[in-house]
Design a protein around this ligand. Sequence first.
Ligand SMILES: NC(=O)c1ccc[n+]([C@@H]2O[C@H](COP(=O)([O-])OP(=O)(O)OC[C@H]3O[C@@H](n4cnc5c(N)ncnc54)[C@H](OP(=O)(O)O)[C@@H]3O)[C@@H](O)[C@H]2O)c1
Length: 265
Amino acid sequence: MKLRPLGSSGADLPSIGLGTSRYHGGAGPLRRGIELGAWIDTAESYGSEGIVAEAVAHQRERVFVATKVSPGHLEYHSLLRAADASLRRLSTDYIDLYQVHFPSTRVPIAETMGAMETLVDQGKVRFIGVSNFSTSQLVEAQEATSRHPIVSNQVRYSLTRRDVEAELLPYCQDNDVTLIAHTPLDRGGLTARSLITRRPAIDALEQVASEVGASWAQVALAWCLSRPNVVVIPKSDKVERVEQNCASPDIVLTMDQIEMLNRVA
Ligand SMILES: NC(=O)c1ccc[n+]([C@@H]2O[C@H](COP(=O)([O-])OP(=O)(O)OC[C@H]3O[C@@H](n4cnc5c(N)ncnc54)[C@H](OP(=O)(O)O)[C@@H]3O)[C@@H](O)[C@H]2O)c1
């Protein structure tokens, strides 16, 4: 599995993470993904931390595990309690990447980041991330940390959802923040003809997939990974699709193919 630097942390992150929102595949597909070198993304709100615990049992140190704190738990003490609850559900004593799931209009970001830094100081969290933060919200969050950097921002990014390219992605690339692309297959919309409604996406994916001998899903993921600083977290309940997704970093797209796919949006 290809690795990408995780923000400015000095650590590396595999370019494929296994998404677990609305995940119903049991421990098997996650274990297979781990075997293939993938990391795992969950959240306190997904109800999947328990199955992640099962998948990483007896191999915790091999797997990079990320989870998220929900918007209702962003006050200082509430956040510390939420992290302890995630640690219990994950059956672990540390979280590799703890992410603020959504920005808050209610709780000052300095209070939330203060709690996140405390968790790193306590050894319960290795790295701090955010999710669904705009560029200005990310900058504010960065300014609110003093001891531990924000290493990632998890946002929606795919061939057909490219709004982050205007500002957020270049900012992340220039400032050593990893962009974790959630919903990289557009919830399955980029995986098969019957699911796609956008005609240019059909044509480009079909052509490139046949040129490189890969599935549409693999091309859609490889396209995201053609961007510096980006990793992807596709979700699948099925072992064979996890295997396919984990092989996508090995697909090398030519500049012409990337350009053709760029024109889709
Ligand atoms: N931070 C946030 O606010 C946020 C929001 C949304 C999502 N996320 C994260 O991002 C992850 C992924 O997003 P998502 O689950 O919404 O959508 P997604 O990964 O874009 O798409 C998942 C869909 O694609 C199908 N699929 C996966 N691999 C495939 C393949 N190789 N061939 C054909 N179909 C394939 C899956 O079906 P099967 O399962 O049946 O294979 C499922 O229907 C989530 O699980 C979660 O971890 C984060």
